[in-house]
Design a binder for this molecule. Sequence first.
Ligand code: SOE
Length: 383
Amino acid sequence: MKPLRIGLIGYGFMGRAHSNGYRKVNNFFDLEYEPVLKAVCARNQENAKAFAAKWGYESVETDWRKLVEREDIDLIDICTPNNTHAEIAMAAAKAGKMILCEKPLSMNGKEGEQMVKAIEKAGVPNMVWYNYRRVPAVTLAKQLIDEGKLGRIFHYRAKFLQDWTINADLPQGGAGLWRLDLKAAGSGVTGDLLAHCIDTAIWLNGSIDRVSAMTETFIKERKHTLTGKVEKVGIDDACAFLARFSNGSLATFESTRYARGHKALYTFEINGEHASIAWDLHDLHRLQYYDHRDAGIVRGWRSIHVTDGDHPYMGKWWVPGLQIGYEHTFVHQVADFLQGLANKKPASPTFRDALETQYICDAVLKSAKTGRWEKVTKLKSRK
Ligand code: SOE
């Protein structure tokens, strides 16, 4: 196997999820490449060392610029807050490294364009971690749609609901809570949660042309962890938008961190001419399917337990009936990336694919300000 030497930047929730993916992938998938955990980078050396010891990284760095310049690193994995993605990715591209970037790609479409330009100029393999595409039930939904099982699609409905920011005493800024700080995150639920829904939606149902949105910030001021001062909250705590897909279907999207009782309720439902499908992250190994072509007396919603060997990815895991979960989506994403390297067929979403999601987020946030329907900037295909 060819070694692929990983340099990870950031060691929070996503640093762990990705590291776990690198460690497991060759145990379950037959691949030409093998990730080698070469170095982890974080500003705090003690924390970086503790992380390296726990996950098996060979060395630590405290300055990402040094990591990017190291000759014994092939791939830079960016797991830092959104406002640092562009600078790191562009430096890594210049140094000729492959780049995996945590979602969302960038703070906005303009910044994303610069990143796409830089990595395409450097010609380096790249991918953005939109992991939910790799839940086997979601990949099965894609397969059913592509096979034409649903026929013409009329409706797409998606939601991503959480409840962890309702407490007004929760500060903004710092580890994990940078998601509440506009300067670090770029937006609130739009870039953090709806970006996932949008990525899945455009993968399953094609491009979105126009959107009409509303947003709200329920808690207007929060103490900032870094300054210690009470500061204005600039992010959207909740966002709901209507959308028109290029294929003529209509959509509703909703996300909030104020839905008491819901922790990570990502759901979607798609209604087609012949059939409908529905999926729910809290029950992620099931795909609900209704087919109008079934004989009338047995027609009804079926709950497909996506655990059989011929279901996407499942042949690599246990025996039929035994489930996998959230962490495995990252293993799948690493496997697809490595497969793509071997076949020279880049795994999606590439930076360019993920730029389309940024354009949609931009249009959503703009529409929430103007109160009007806004057109989505069209993604240009690669020259
Ligand atoms: C926010 O709470 C969050 O951790 C997102 O940042 C992730 O992308 C999402 O998958 C789960 O929720």
